[in-house]
Design a protein around this ligand. Sequence first.
Ligand SMILES: *Cc1c(COP(=O)(O)O)cnc(C)c1O
Length: 380
Amino acid sequence: MSGNEQKYIKEAFDTNWIAPVGTNLNAFEKEIADYVGVKEALAVSSGTAAIHLALSLLDVKTGDTVFCSTLTFVASANPILYQGAEPVFIDSDPESWNMSPQALETALNDAFIKGQLPKAVIVVNLYGQSAKMNDIVSLCKKYRVPMIEDAAESLGSTYCRKASGTFGDFGIYSFNGNKIITTSGGGMLVSDDKEALSKARFLATQARDPAPHYQHSQLGFNYRLSNVLAGIGRSQLAVLEDRVDAKRTIFERYLLELTDIPGIEFMPELKNTRSNRWLTVLTINEEEAGVTTKTLLDALGEENIESRPVWKPLHMQPLFRGYCYYPHKDGESVSEHLFEKGICLPSGSNLSEEEQGRVIECIVNTIKSKVGIDGKLRWG
Ligand SMILES: *Cc1c(COP(=O)(O)O)cnc(C)c1O
């Protein structure tokens, strides 16, 4: 927490506006819209809810297909199943680790030939890194398929100076506890399409018709954020830039101190982009580094340091068995390689220099001890 949350929470309590409306909600929506540069924002109970609303607005239903990045958290694709539609998973490309424009083009072209273009493409900006938006946006335009940008992990990142999450027809952010800013749980749907967002507002509040009695003609959801939690969001948003700076500083130090180790490669940052570096992620080439990703994960675990593999690609998940998958190239599945080799390091914006030093020391010592004095050690 930033320290200022109580002020806004108190305001909600003092005015007795708890939910589902209130000044914090209105202000939080306006502040996010202004910060990222969109016409309208709708505060909801989670990032997942925001994706679900976007798919509802695009009338995704049984029999439809929706394309989605494969290297992501399950929440990117679950709403496709909520709507009874079928996901088609698209691989990553090696430069951005995000949706491969090449694989997307192949998939769109196949769908076009079959006369079954997807109802939407969900593009994820993994760990704060933007996908290749120029290429992806022009492909979606060419085939006239709406794009939803899953920017749950990339609030505060930019692509060609434009805010991450503002490249699609709809963008979503998450304020879950693990994200760069949090409301404990929450999300935001953003768009320049004001009409669509007022429809989303209607759907998110049980689709209640304008009548004094409770009348409903459409299926709605209970997806609004509470006015109390929106207050937390306002004070969190005020420190977002500090958080990005802190996370980038953490990344810079990992880079500086680990970059000479053979076989270690950091998640790249595309030209003309600024990643919020939500997590520092690297891959380990076993042959060069002398250790496997698993050895390193275990060694960190023994020191009581929490680290994780990268997201397991969705096309490999038992939940999504049997759905179609387009690799980057024939015989080259980039996401599978990243899953095998990748490791996410502790990157909390409150990580102390000393704590980070301990992580670095553990990595260096593990590799040194495995490689041994006669090994291929060319550093340190
Ligand atoms: C966290 C996350 C979500 C879901 O957000 P919630 O607020 O937890 O529902 C969706 N996509 C990605 C990529 C995420 O990391």
